[in-house]
Design a protein. Structure first.
Length: 72
């Protein structure tokens, strides 16, 4: 999650397949309450679009979001 303070915060709870566990949802809610000015949530493998170009998120680190440009 983008905290709104220039860095990312990571959810530590494990996910179980497609369905998110209750611990995962609880941790997400706690982080959203902790950072009321937060931005979006990002997940590795997710595809995002910026200025008409498509990218796949390769990694999310505390101060870095690594993207790979995808073909059209």
């Amino acid at each position: 999650m983008d905290t709104g303070k220039g860095y990312f915060e990571q959810v530590q709870a494990e996910t179980q397949g497609v369905v998110q566990s209750q611990a995962y949802r609880d941790e997400m809610k706690a982080l959203e309450e902790r950072y009321p000015q937060h931005g979006g949530w990002f997940r590795e493998g997710e595809i995002v679009e910026i200025r008409g170009s498509r990218f796949r998120i390769q990694s999310v680190k505390p101060n870095q979001l690594r993207l790979k440009l995808l073909p059209r």
